[in-house]
Design a binder for this molecule. Structure first.
Ligand code: ZN
Length: 125
């Protein structure tokens, strides 16, 4: 179950919803209990009350819980958002979580189901 119950995180995602910020797009999804629809946090269609919002960490979890993708922001179409930013965020989170382990780009890529990672601007340090 990946429904996000962390209150601090919920507040951050909800703040992004209020601000129409795309900061968490592709990372968290805001499902709205009253409509049965889930959105990207930046979706402009509606501003739900916090008590009606459930934050999910994946479209899969939101759909499995019975929510449908919003037709307006199309949260299930990952390519509509900045894919590099999305992947960079996921890779960054992964590295923070696993920094004590030996990490290779291949391992990160396979864990995150990314076809491959290229490193632009790597300095080789
Ligand atoms: Zn939407």
């Amino acid at each position: 179950m990946v429904e996000v119950r962390d209150e601090e995180l919920f507040d951050k995602v909800y703040a992004a919803i209020l601000a129409r910020s795309d900061r968490y797009d592709g990372i968290y999804y805001s499902a709205i209990k009253t409509t049965g629809i889930y959105c990207r946090p930046s979706c402009r269609s509606r501003t739900p009350k916090p008590e009606n919002v459930i934050v999910y960490a994946s479209t899969h979890e939101a759909e499995r819980s019975g929510y449908r993708a919003c037709k307006r922001c199309q949260p299930n179409k990952q390519e509509l958002i900045n894919p590099d930013a999305d992947i960079a965020e996921r890779v960054t989170r992964y590295i923070y979580a696993h920094y004590r382990e030996p990490l290779t780009l291949e391992r990160i890529a396979s864990t995150l189901s990314i076809a491959h990672i290229t490193c632009r601007g790597c300095t080789g340090e």
